[in-house]
Design a protein around this ligand. Structure first.
Ligand code: HEC
Length: 322
């Protein structure tokens, strides 16, 4: 035990020594990642690859090349540092567009390289929030032949069911832009698209019967039905959509009776009921069944106050989880 304590204090002294020499220890995630993401990834990432250089993964950023971008421990040999250190207005300065990096930022990058250019394994830069969220999802089921056919039928209608993010099999379909050209008939292919996660039917001419096509889409998480002719009867088709977490019924004919059909949707987090027939009693009953649900009834004062109350309740829950 004594020996361990002795070794530990030795290590602490050694650490102190280096931190004095190299100034403070640079933290990749905190210090370097934001600089690269803000100033470099737009031209050196998966979407655009200027100068044949990608800086979004460790493997690519450290790849061997004529003038290596980053040479751990060697500031002079790192082309990346050379480029960002050039005087403003120089033809070769990086970023090639926009403001040069500040003195402090350049210093942090220099120290990072001198300290060994630590890039934690697996850290990928430049992902947007949607991609990060999508990666947390389970893997999408492989498309069946029926699904492939259904996707084609949708495309023929002018609705592309696109992946919700890069490299994921889950899809979103947006009928909103076709508006009232969309009828119950247009929804027929939907029932075969098991990978559908987001569906926007707002502003379309669908009816309660048409909504029957989504009955089996158990992976559906977001559903827009605002400003459609949907009424209470239509909501009966949503009973089995246990993963649904967002439902927008703004400007529909829904009333308290319809809300009854939603009581089993345990994952429902947001429900929009602005300009519907729903009453305080109906909302209270649903809140009782789904206490975590945030119900937005409009921009009148009471709804706002209610919403705020709900949010602080959510915060408390978050704290408890931690
Ligand atoms: C607006 C687009 C753009 C941005 C933003 C940008 N670059 Fe570049 N970068 C280029 C282009 C174009 C080239 C190729 C021409 C050249 O070498 O100057 C290049 C080349 C490079 C090279 C040389 C690659 C080689 O070996 O030839 C490095 C290193 C580099 N950039 C680093 C960075 C860094 C670091 C940032 C962020 C601080 C950054 N770039 C931001 C466009 C950009």
């Amino acid at each position: 035990m004594k020996r361990i304590a002795f070794l530990l204090s030795g290590a602490a002294v050694a650490l102190l020594g280096t931190s004095q020499a190299d100034e403070t220890k640079v933290d990749f995630n905190k210090d370097i990642q934001p600089i690269l993401e803000r100033s470099c990834i737009s031209c050196h990432g998966p979407k655009k690859v200027k100068g044949k250089l990608r800086l979004d993964t460790k493997e690519l950023a450290f790849k061997e090349r004529d003038m290596p971008a980053i040479v751990p421990g060697k500031a002079d040999e790192s082309e990346l540092l050379h480029r960002i250190s050039l005087p403003a207005g120089d033809d070769d300065i990086m970023p090639a567009d926009g403001d040069p990096l500040t003195k402090e930022q350049i210093e942090v990058v220099r120290n990072w390289i001198l300290q060994g250019a630590v890039w934690p394994d697996g850290v990928v830069l430049g992902k947007d929030a949607a991609t990060i969220a999508a990666e947390a999802l389970p893997e999408a089921p492989k498309a069946t032949p029926d699904e492939t056919k259904a996707l084609q039928s949708l495309e023929d209608l002018g609705v592309a069911a696109r992946p919700i993010a890069m490299n994921v099999g889950w899809r979103e379909a947006n009928f909103y832009l076709l508006g009232t050209n969309v009828t119950d008939e247009s929804l027929k292919p939907l029932k075969d698209i098991a990978t559908l996660m987001h569906l926007n039917l707002a502003n379309t001419a669908i009816t309660d019967a048409g909504l029957g096509q989504v009955k089996g889409l158990v992976n559906l998480r977001r559903l827009h039905l605002e400003k459609t002719g949907i009424t209470d009867a239509g909501l009966a088709h949503l009973k089995g959509l246990v993963n649904l977490n967002y439902l927008n019924l703004y400007g529909t004919g829904v009333s308290d009776a319809g809300l009854k059909h939603l009581e089993g949707l345990r994952n429902l987090k947001s429900l929009y009921l602005w300009q519907t027939q729903v009453t305080d009693e109906g909302v209270a009953a649903l809140k009782k069944a789904l206490p975590e649900l945030e119900i937005v009834r409009g921009w009148d004062l009471t709804a706002e106050v209610k919403k705020e109350g709900d949010e602080s309740a959510d915060d408390k829950k978050e704290e408890k989880k931690d």
